[in-house]
Design a protein around this ligand. Sequence first.
Ligand code: PMP
Length: 291
Amino acid sequence: MQLIPFDNRKGLIWVNGDFINWNDAKIHILNHGLHYGSCVFEGIRVYNKKIFKLTEHLQRLFTSAKILDLEIPYSLREVEESTKEIVKKQEIIDGYIRPVVWRGSELMAISAKKGKINIAIATWSWPSYFSPEQILKGIKMNVSEWKRPPPDCAPTDSKAAGLYMICSLSKHKAESNGFDDSLMLDYRNYIAEATGANIFFVKDGNLITPKADCFLNGITRKTVIKIAVDLKINFKEEHLNLDFIKECQEAFLTGTAVEITPISSINDHTFEKRDVTKKLIGAFKNYVNQI
Ligand code: PMP
């Protein structure tokens, strides 16, 4: 697959109220978001021209921004309309949307309350590259050395760019050791999530997921829980120790980007079954196409 750099593409990006040429959507080097992490973002899917849970994602964007003390200079309705417009202008059928909010370059200091708050929305086509058979094979995960911080040490309820620093480090290390992704524990050593997705386990037909009390309670996570309950699959949220994985027959990740992705192994424990995972993948596909 040929990679097209994200700073050299055709089309438009919505930036602070205007549609500008993709390659002109630039920021200054002395940007507060870049230097001090004053930046939050979202990831949203477009399925067959329809934006999946747009309002829910934008509500989370506004909440994340508020947590980081970034006041978005538009209403949620205005951002919603602009998102719909950019998706139309870019002629997206199946794609991804990346809204981002950051503090500008007016002040170069930790304290930069008077720095301008910027917002941009980029979107691009993102059809599914893998066949259902390939997806069902699952991904290989290791366990990261980095721990998810406690809620009184980082804004864990937000989708803040700074929280991804340990995610990139974990994923890079996993990939350089032949894994696809990394499982992260939290500050108490409970299982938390992957580097950009939530995690579920299946033990004897029961669906179990870690309590989202120090990491992102994903919109896909909530959707999958709803679907599982509708399908009458027994479901529990619990604090889980790493040893718990040895009792499980199935595991999968959920997230806007990964949708539902089966896990084939975590370190040397393999997950041989896909029964509940397959059921949920099928029901999730129907769900995103209906909504
Ligand atoms: N955790 C992290 C760290 C993520 O980046 C994501 C992706 N947004 C998720 C979980 C899943 O969230 P969602 O289902 O809302 O995409």
